[in-house]
Design a protein around this ligand. Structure first.
Ligand code: UDP
Ligand code: MG
Length: 316
């Protein structure tokens, strides 16, 4: 009763790493099959996220030569999270468990054995947790830390130092299917599915070829989505600040009246302009945050598809 494992790997312009990644993953899968850990029907599924280079051709070649490789191609670039979702939802049809990982093999693939052991112990979700980040740049390490801290403060319950390297069972994937949001942040959604989960720690390596597909701009957008898609604390924060300042200004007004009543002269233009700038700023900030949420509602109400699959290569 060996179960079927699918590895799902989103790829965006990854021609530089794909051959090596395919080789290493195939070795891994073959060993696990021969050790009797997983079924011979296990597959390595690459998701082409609208790449502009040779990525999809390479995937097709791999698939033609060896049926252990399967592939999904999206109609255009939809970003890492959507590509991953497309892969997970396709793999769900065939697999008993799915592990998601990056094409650059920054996540140590030797942890796959432990993921699968935990699955057989009865866990539905196994989170890969990094035990060191020395291989990331100083900047990336610290922005990531700040991001996790800020998220926690804003009430998002994500697993610390976990990226998207995780195992999910078939029923966990079926649970995931029910979450229809367009602003997808899987790290935040997966814990909401529930079921029994555990973690496995692993080393994070350097990307062995090609460049990071997560420039600062994408990282910031991702971080912002991660917060605003899960919590309304930013809105509360602005409301609370507004309320406190309102109280403060009432106190100042009372104070001014008392001074006037006692016969003192009350401060002039400085006081006035300060309060106008302060209130103006806070109002704008508040409007911005509220607008952000309205934008999110707007996007969700459109109910657009999160991805469109143009091709599937699979041999089951
Ligand atoms: N990726 C993707 N679509 C994108 C950007 C990235 O599918 O629009 C994939 C990419 O090919 C890789 C994974 O997401 O497999 C993580 O990207 P990367 O390694 O560049 O990110 P980093 O490790 O630098 O955070
Ligand atoms: Mg990477």
């Amino acid at each position: 009763m060996k179960d079927i494992l699918y590895l799902v790997i989103p790829c965006y312009n990854e021609e530089a790493v794909l051959h090596e990644t395919a080789k290493r993953l195939k070795e891994k899968i073959s060993t696990m099959v021969s050790e009797g850990m997983i079924s011979i029907k296990s597959r390595i599924m690459f998701v082409n996220d609208g790449s502009k280079d040779d990525t999809w051709n390479i995937i097709q070649e791999l698939h033609e030569k060896d049926s252990v490789f399967s592939g999904v191609s999206l109609s255009r670039n939809r970003g890492h999270q959507n590509a991953l979702l497309a892969g997970l939802m396709t793999a769900k049809e065939y697999a008993d468990m799915v592990i998601s990982l990056d094409a650059d093999l920054q996540d140590d693939i030797n942890a796959i054995d432990q993921f699968v052991e935990k699955y057989y112990e009865g866990y539905d979700i196994v989170y890969g947790v990094r035990n060191k980040r020395e291989t990331d740049t100083f900047f990336k390490r610290n922005t990531a830390l700040a991001f996790y801290k800020f998220q926690a403060l804003m009430g998002v319950d994500a697993v610390y130092n976990h990226a998207d390297y995780r195992l999910m069972s078939k029923r966990a994937l079926e649970g995931l299917e029910g979450f229809k949001e367009v602003n997808l942040f899987l790290r935040g959604i997966v814990p909401l599915i529930g079921y029994k989960y555990t973690t496995v720690t692993y080393d994070r390596n350097e990307r062995f070829a090609g460049e990071s597909k997560y420039p600062l701009k994408k990282m910031l957008a991702f971080a912002w989505d991660g917060i605003t898609s899960f919590s309304i604390k930013p809105i509360r924060f602005v409301t609370m600040t507004g309320f406190l300042i309102f109280l403060g200004s009432i106190l100042v007004i009372i104070y001014s009246f008392i001074r006037k009543a006692l016969g003192f002269t009350v401060g002039g233009w400085a006081f006035l302009s300060c309060s106008i700038w302060l209130l103006g700023g806070i109002e704008l900030l508040g409007l911005g945050v509220v607008g952000e949420y309205i934008g999110k509602i707007y996007n969700e109400t459109k109910q657009r598809p999160r991805y469109i699959i143009s091709d599937v290569l699979n041999t089951q």
